[in-house]
Design a protein around this ligand. Sequence first.
Ligand SMILES: [Zn+2]
Length: 239
Amino acid sequence: MTNMKITLLTGKTFDIAKEAGFKLDVVVSKQARKLSLRIDAKRRIPVLTIPRFCSKRQAVAFVQGQKPWIDFHLSRLPYQKNFADGDKISFNGIDFEIKHCAELRGGVQIKDGKILVSGDKEFLSRRVRDFIKEQAQKILYERSVEKAIKLGKKVNRVVIKDTTSRWGSCSSLQNINYNWRIMLAPSKVIDYLVAHEVSHLAHQDHSEAFWECVNSLAEDMMFGRNWLKKHGSELNEYV
Ligand SMILES: [Zn+2]
């Protein structure tokens, strides 16, 4: 359970975050023996665990003393990018501008070089991401099947993943997984990744024969490989 305020034995509440002067989550734990801090990386916020019987003064002094540690660890969290109104992005190899359209009905639409996003602006980034993921499934399935046919292979399923640790994978059951962010790369790069994963239907390793296969399926293998090495991490900043 997370609460910002501590109810004291006297019945008064005390806001540790306010007293400390920065954003902070406070967890009161029956098990905890001492004050401890951790960083919630996903929410980008420090979390203070305090034992049940601990004075507020002690807790505040503790977090204030740990401020350099907190700042250091917050600053080391990977940079995260959101989609915003007016952003220009490449989607499936085509340039689009993201446009917030509060009055639009029905989620997300592509029109005249724009990705129109309805609803509350607060949810714009999530809507764009969900739209890209949904489209990615169809587009990457089609692009994979098209290449697999050339190898006389079958694609069982294409699954869109959120992991940033890899761009794609291919299982022995002919299932191919893709990181949705590849849709933000130039078309030739998407083409290379599809060629790479589809080639794993024929070669489970990264042998010379595998790379020859990728080269035969891809429009420009070296361009795709180099582009991903150079710019891949930028795409993975999108959350
Ligand atoms: Zn591979």
